[in-house]
Design a protein around this ligand. Structure first.
Ligand SMILES: [Zn+2]
Length: 370
């Protein structure tokens, strides 16, 4: 019985906390009505969550003259999580709050090398970011690190790293210099996690990450499908053009060397897409035309196998809106079954999704403890 009470209490507390995560504010009466709870239960939980510093009085509501009801809201920065996106030439830092929103980000140029001084520099960048944002270090839940490599489910063991020289002891190297809890995530899986955060209803979806490398993640029945060897959804290494361009993986003709963001710009996608709007340069236009064909062909392969929605995300995803109709047209043209291509979507979590997705794991973990 005691255990049952405890579980019920936790269930009520977590329901009330979830309500605040999904609503900007609420009165006790609203909580009681909407969550089907008694007022004494609501009172107890409001006291408990307030003591923990997780919710706060935000104001009051009601008619003037009549009794006004106190409103409560989430302390969105009671805890925060940090995220890093590690690429060949840059390290991006983000801070996310308990709503899962990015409160601050900074992109730093830092050339990757597997040396102590590199990992020390990453830690210094992170500390500087924490200082600039005046983050209370006690509030940091952890640091999620998105890397272009495959990582085991322990979020510590790198087992494939063709792009950058991440070694067996990568986790130890980060841990040596970063004094917080850390976890490592495959970049595409992290990105997809961020996407699922804002689209909680996603059931069956394939996420294509068009960043400096091309990765993917698959959600089936609302769950990430990892495969038998934690290398599912590696869309970047589907053979798109037999004997085609050299891929970093050692093979030729993979999707990656055709769709990686670096095909468009090494370093400045903002500038590239701005220029693309007005350019008359034939080579630029022709290259982008082919790029859209390669997207359509890749999408067609995935769609033929999985018959589900496909989200175009990653660095390039946030710029594709003006070209989406054209990409859809091309996908329909080569499709055997589809007469429309509404299944092709653009990512909703557009900015810094790798770093944010890595950080969001800590936010999700924390929310589960309430
Ligand atoms: Zn490849």
């Amino acid at each position: 019985m005691a255990n049952f009470d405890f579980n019920l209490r936790k269930f009520n507390t977590s329901n009330i906390y979830s309500y605040f995560l999904n609503h900007p504010e609420a009165t006790k009466q609203e909580l009681a009505t909407n969550l089907n709870l008694t007022l004494p239960t609501v009172n107890k939980n409001i006291d408990y969550l307030s003591e923990l510093g997780l919710i706060q009085v935000s104001g009051s509501r009601g008619k003037t003259g009549g009794r006004r009801a106190t409103t409560y809201s989430l302390c969105s920065q009671a805890k925060i999580a940090l995220g890093l996106d590690i690429t060949k030439h840059h390290v991006s830092c983000v801070m996310v709050d308990l709503y899962g929103e990015i409160i601050s980000f900074k992109r730093n140029r830092l050339v990757f090398e597997f040396t102590d001084s590199y990992f020390e520099d990453v830690a210094k960048l992170l500390e500087a970011f924490i200082d600039t944002n005046q983050i209370d270090r006690q509030k940091i839940l952890g640091v999620g690190i998105g890397i272009p490599a495959l990582v085991q489910s322990d979020n510590q063991t790198v087992f494939y790293s063709g792009i950058m020289d991440f070694r067996q002891n990568t986790y130890e190297m980060f841990s040596k210099y970063i004094p917080y809890e850390i976890s490592m995530f495959n970049d595409a899986k992290a990105s997809c996690f961020a996407e699922k955060w804002v689209n909680k209803d996603i059931q069956n979806t394939f996420y294509i990450m068009l960043s400096n490398n091309v990765g993917g993640a698959m959600i089936i029945n609302g769950q990430v499908y990892s495969g038998d060897n934690f290398r599912s959804a590696e869309v970047g290494h589907i053979t798109l053009v037999p004997n085609g361009r050299q891929c970093y993986c050692g093979q030729c003709g993979c999707v990656d060397p055709y769709l990686a963001a670096t095909n468009l710009s090494q370093d400045d996608l903002d500038g590239y897409f701005e220029k693309l709007k007005t350019t008359t340069d034939e080579k630029t236009l022709d290259d982008f035309d082919k790029y859209m064909d390669y997207i359509a062909a890749t999408v067609n392969i995935v769609r033929s196998i999985l018959d589900c929605d496909i989200i175009l995300g990653g660095y390039v995803g946030e710029y594709l809106e003006p070209y989406l109709d054209e990409i859809k047209k091309r996908a329909i043209k080569i499709s055997t079954f589809d007469s429309d291509a509404d299944y092709i979507k653009l990512c909703s979590y557009q900015h810094e999704s790798i770093a944010a997705g890595a950080a969001l794991h800590y936010i999700a973990q924390f929310i589960n403890t309430i």
